[in-house]
Ligand binder design. Structure first.
Ligand code: URA
Length: 238
């Protein structure tokens, strides 16, 4: 059970004081009955709350998909740079979401944000092997040998041997290549470092898949949407 004013405040309906005033006006109903006391205890999962005839959509957790643009950092706060959280509208910001893992400042594409700490923990834990697929452009040709090396586990600059990764060459010639790479871990600058290890440079990087989720093609860079119930269920099944 929780206090009504706390529940509404957490959903972004105002401060507790503001909610007290709204409730006093007699425009808030719980299960169809007008209530005047904003301190009453309710079970927000079970009751129906209406404000001015509009049903309140209660949820504790929020799950967002962002098509991250270049130039913003995957953090909740930064002194200098714009963060992914700065791009979120106030209707979501009240939930205090944070990014699930990180994409580099210059990497674009699929980034999840949530305030569900338990799910976040599972999704970023190396134990669960959540697959991520990246589309990348490389400064030079990529070949069958690279496919083999990545499959076996490429060794990074610090001596770390990566888990097996699947490299799919979409296009390759002397001026450069376009590839898709599937990895099951998320080390710092992993994709860039994997290519550096075979003497090549990533010039563009975009995440197109995270676990069971595809980047929504309708989302422009910088745009965000809530995950559907099916998408949330798929993530929780991992
Ligand atoms: N690998 C990288 O090098 N950068 C990213 O942002 C993600 C994976």
């Amino acid at each position: 059970m929780e206090r009504l004013d706390k529940v509404l405040s957490n959903l972004g309906y105002g401060s507790r004081k503001e909610i007290k005033a709204i409730v006093k006006q007699g425009i808030v109903k719980i299960d169809g009955n007008i209530i005047k006391d904003s301190a009453i205890q309710i079970d927000p999962e079970k009751v129906n709350i209406e404000i001015n005839g509009e049903e309140v959509f209660y949820r504790k957790y929020i799950y967002l998909m962002m098509n991250k643009p270049q130039g913003v950092i995957s953090a909740t706060y930064d002194n200098y740079d714009t963060t992914v959280v700065d791009l979120i509208g106030p209707e979501y910001a009240v939930f205090n979401p944070f990014p699930v893992g990180r994409l580099d400042k210059d990497t674009v594409g699929l980034l999840l944000l949530t305030n569900d700490g338990e799910l976040n923990h599972r999704l970023i834990s190396p134990k669960w092997h959540v697959y991520k697929v990246y589309y990348a452009e490389i400064d030079s040709p990529v070949n069958a040998r690279d496919i083999e090396v990545f499959e076996e586990g490429v060794v990074l600059d610090d001596g770390y041997k990566c888990m097996s990764a699947h490299l799919n060459i979409l296009e390759s010639n002397e001026s450069g290549s376009k590839i898709e790479l599937t990895i099951q871990e998320g080390k710092f600058h992993q994709v860039k470092r994997m290519f550096n290890s075979v003497g090549k440079t990533v010039t563009f990087l975009k995440r197109i898949k995270f676990g069971p989720l595809d980047l929504d093609a309708e989302l422009e860079e910088g745009e965000i949407r809530e995950l559907s119930k099916d998408e949330i269920d798929m993530l929780k099944e991992i």
